[in-house]
Design a protein around this ligand. Structure first.
Ligand code: SF4
Length: 341
């Protein structure tokens, strides 16, 4: 029997606003189904540009936003209907690492303070020495030296160290899932690798699955096992990361990949995928494929009805009629598709 996922999204749609405003607003997230199993140590990257819906997705997994339609379930129960005790369990099981590591700190307190809060709140230690031991263990797990970290003020540490302390704070609670929302976007490029390495190490050594939300396809490629590429609130493409990045099936993913300056000695200038001859087709943004107005391969069928998710090969699927000969997979099968083979 398949275990109950730690988090499941069932046909979730999110439209911001209310009343007439909501009626006319485009969905920030549309018909998304996804399930994440605890104890399956994979990193799932959710990638997309601004407006793709990835941050809405992360906020809904964290229970910060209710869906307009559909449901977000925690261990099979609607997140919006949890009892007080279940909500405390959820807050412990699902931890977040956010974009701005500085916003979490009070500049007047030593960094120990951010680590001591969850220890006190969840009564993780019976004494000061036990509390100190827990902090040291968590810091070591993310590659920080406790003697160089504890007792310092936030401004005495680098952005990378501050963010790794937030990862340490998350693992203090032995969570079942970490949602890392743009965790390296406000950190110097030189420090990004250390934060991503800490996340990877937490994922592997402590077997904690991670949902990594990012606009950066390159870091997603380096750190994740599976990837979902979002476009205007829908899944454009999903699959195992090697397959999606090395052999993208959706024209939007191809566009994103072509815009990255990969250090590939075999690739020459001007060798980017070039657009095919676009047909002169009138595109109605309310109908058909959401990418049609930008797509160089747009066909008549694309503007008629939205494409379903086609399973192009093994653990790889794309929402694109270019693959209409492949089998269609239902929305709710996406979670299964992205499970480690
Ligand atoms: Fe382009 Fe059509 Fe595929 Fe949409 S469905 S991405 S318009 S080819």
């Amino acid at each position: 029997m398949t275990p109950v996922p730690i988090i499941e999204l069932r046909d979730v749609t999110k439209i911001y606003g209310s009343g007439l405003l909501q009626k006319n607003a485009p969905p920030a997230l549309q018909d998304i189904s996804l399930s994440i199993q605890a104890d399956v140590p994979q990193i799932l990257a959710v990638v997309g540009e601004s407006g793709s819906g990835k941050t809405t997705l992360s906020s809904m997994i964290m229970g910060f936003l209710p869906p307009t339609e559909g449901a977000v379930l925690y261990r099979g129960k609607d997140l919006q209907k949890l009892s007080g005790r279940e909500r405390v369990e959820f807050r412990r099981d699902v931890q977040a690492v956010f974009q701005d590591p500085f916003a979490v700190y009070n500049p007047f307190y030593k960094v120990d303070h951010v680590l001591s809060i969850p220890i006190k709140k969840f009564r993780l230690a019976k004494s000061k020495s036990e509390s100190h031991e827990l902090m040291e263990k968590a810091l070591s797990a993310v590659g920080l030296r406790p003697d160089e970290t504890l007792g310092r003020f936030p401004h005495q540490l680098s952005g990378g160290q501050r963010q790794r302390i937030i990862v340490a704070r998350a693992i203090l609670l032995t969570p079942k899932l970490i949602v890392a929302d743009e965790p390296v976007s406000m950190v110097d490029a030189s420090l990004r690798a250390t934060i991503l390495e800490s996340l990877r190490s937490v994922n592997q050594k402590l077997r904690i699955p991670i949902v990594y939300i990012t606009h950066d396809l390159a870091t997603a490629y380096h750190v994740s096992d599976h990837i979902i590429v979002m476009y205007r609130g829908s899944v454009a493409e999903a699959g195992d990361v090697e397959s999606v990045i090395k052999s993208p099936k959706h024209p939007y993913t191809q566009l994103l990949i072509d815009s990255i300056p990969w250090p590939d000695p075999d690739r020459r200038w001007g060798q980017e995928r070039t657009a095919g001859p676009a047909l002169k087709i009138a595109v109605d943004p309310q109908r058909g494929c959401k990418f049609a107005a930008r797509c160089p391969y747009v066909m008549e069928i694309c503007v008629d009805k939205p494409p379903p998710l086609f399973q192009t090969k093994g653990q790889h699927a794309a929402t694109c009629y270019l693959h209409r000969d492949a089998p269609v997979i239902a929305n709710e099968e996406l979670g299964t598709l992205l499970e480690p083979a």
